[in-house]
Structures are given as structure tokens and as C-alpha cells.
Write a protein that binds this ligand. Sequence first.
Ligand code: 5GP
Ligand code: MG
Length: 186
Amino acid sequence: MHQTLKLRDDWHPEMYTLITADQIAARVAELGVQISTVYQNRPLTVLGVLNGSVIFVADLMRSISVPHRVGFVQASSYRGATTEGGEIRIGTSLMPDLTGRDVLLVDDIFDTGRTIVRLQQELARAGPASIQTAVLLWKDGRSQVEITPDYHGFRIPNEFVIGYGLDYNDDYRHLPMIGVLEEEER
Ligand code: 5GP
Ligand code: MG
């Protein structure tokens, strides 16, 4: 751990590992057990937020032992790469019918919480039976909203993280661990 990796030769950003692939796998398995207990005999739809949640969703759904459907919704905030953003845009063109479904909204990270809140408002209009939220990561000291995620993998310090679906300018989503991008590299 805390081994510094050089990520790309033409740009030389560096990162260190915050959460290893093994730690993620163990925690996702625990979340799957917890979620499977809650959603027994309920019409569950796991709804991932594109693009950041794809790897988390793919792993989480395989650790959920009760029958369920999977779908996706798009959300993007017009922040520059890492700066504070204003408007959040929701794209529902890929979203399945959620009428009467118990929806588990899955995102990569709860930072200010504004994305999750906007998505909850949007989903409520689709007539679901219920909405709960799951995030892999929950940043300390950043929330600007009243709600908290129903399930979370890890609390993390206020650092910019990449890997396991999370990007920096659309790169690094493929990394199997969660890493912190060194400040001076951004
Ligand atoms: P929120 O609306 O909670 O402030 O932000 C949620 C979204 O911001 C996430 O879905 C993610 O796209 C982006 N985000 C927030 N913090 C980070 C971070 O540390 N790293 C990356 N890659 N994205 C982040
Ligand atoms: Mg995102």
C-alpha cells in the first residue's frame, strides 16, 4: 500500500493506492449479503449511474443473491475535471421502466450528494415502489445535502480518487484499485 504508481509516460501523473482490489472485493461481497437480505421477495431493479458505477454494479449484482434486474441512468455534472460543478444533467433514455419496482440506485461516490438527490427526484417521477441508494465511496466532510446513502462501501478522506470506474478526464476507470491522484499532477 501507499506505493506510488506512474500512470502514463506522456503525462506522468502519479497515484497511490487508497483501497486495494482485494479490499474492494471483500466489502462488495458484504454489501451484497446485506442488500440480498433487505430485498428478499421484492421486485428489485439495480439502477447504475453511468459511467462511474459500471464496475461497481457489475461486481455488486453478482454478489446479490436475490433475483433482480439491472439498468442504467446517466448523470453528468458540468464541473471541469475536478473542480466544483453547477448544473447536473440527467439522461433517462436508457432507463428501464421502474413502475412498481424497488429501485436500488448505485453510484460510484457520494461527494456533495447533489447528484444522488437530483437522481432521486427524477426517479420518483417514474413511479417506483421504493428508492434506496448505494455508493462504493462516501467522502468525509463534503456533503451539501440532507440525505445520506443507505449503503456504502468505504468512507474516504477528501481526496480526488480514480480507478474502479472513477475517472480523471475519462482516463483510469479500468484500474482495479481506488487510487489518489497526487495533487500536483492535476
Ligand atoms: P456529487 O454530486 O456527490 O458531488 O458528486 C458525485 C459525482 O462526482 C460522482 O458520480 C463522480 O462522477 C464525481 N466525483 C466526485 N468526487 C470524485 C472523485 O474524487 N473522483 C472522481 N473521479 N469523481 C468524483
Ligand atoms: Mg459519476
